[in-house]
Ligand binder design. Structure first.
Ligand SMILES: [Zn+2]
Length: 250
């Protein structure tokens, strides 16, 4: 039975991931998420139902438009797959408890904002602000670590990132600063501090890899949001374990 729940949540997550791609790309431009229907951004042809199956369609079409052969970004299927994967992992970690709601909201927001950050190199307030309000309201009712823990995490995360942004004079985007308020509300104090370190590690690794592949010029900025999201979700899932391990070693 547990296996069935997993498969269901994976499919559920992958379909949601498909929708999150649309939200992350259209909402920052002020476009409707309903119309126009999904189309090839290169030739404008409306996509058939079988071309809209998350992950599978992209694989079947080998990442190209069927008619004009324009490449379709691998970001689409990647985000669909990751949403499904994280939905399942959050469920396996939390189980059927109210915190599952907060867990899935976190994954959803990080996926949507990562899409926006990858496409537009910014984390749009139009998505971030409602997300912060939503999670804060949820945290008033659901707070396994205590409400104060999350509020302090949000203030500390925002404060540390603001200091980094001011000191580095633009080396850190203010969207990333505001995103850490959300991270704090998601993971609490310890989780936020761990996320700060892990996000820097992931960001550096991605930056160095892209530079190595010649896809990034020295000092050229690249989106940090996906690294923050990945780190926050990872810490949300497994962070408390690391934290305890650390203190037991001491
Ligand atoms: Zn096309």
């Amino acid at each position: 039975m547990i296996f069935c729940y997993d498969m269901f949540l994976m499919l559920f997550g992958v379909v949601f991931g498909s929708f999150y791609n649309v939200v992350g790309i259209r909402v920052p431009k002020g476009e409707s998420i309903v119309t126009p229907p999904s189309h090839c951004t290169s030739c404008g042809r409306r996509l058939a139902a079988w071309e809209l199956i998350p992950v599978l369609s992209w694989l079947l079409l080998r990442g190209k438009c069927r008619t004009c052969k324009a490449p379709v970004s691998f970001v689409y299927p990647l985000m669909e797959f990751l949403t499904g994967l994280f939905f399942v992992l959050v469920y396996l970690r939390i189980g059927l408890a109210w915190e599952l709601l907060a867990g899935l909201i976190g994954v959803s927001v990080f996926v949507i904002l990562s899409v926006s950050d990858i496409y537009y190199q910014r984390i749009p307030n139009v998505i971030l602000f409602p997300s912060i309000v939503l999670l804060t309201v949820v945290r008033v009712f659901i707070h396994p670590l205590g409400l104060i823990n999350y509020l302090l995490g949000a203030v500390i995360g925002f404060g540390v990132m603001l200091a980094i942004a001011v000191i580095s004079k633009g080396g850190m985007g203010y969207g990333d600063v505001k995103l850490f308020f959300f991270v704090g509300m998601y993971t609490g104090i310890a989780g936020t501090i761990l996320t700060l370190f892990l996000a820097s590690l992931i960001g550096s690794a991605i930056g160095l890899t892209m530079r190595g592949m010649g896809k990034l010029q020295p000092r050229q900025p690249f989106p940090f949001g996906p690294s923050i999201g990945l780190a926050a979700i990872f810490i949300y899932l497994y962070g408390s374990y690391w934290w305890m391990l650390y203190f037991h070693i001491l």
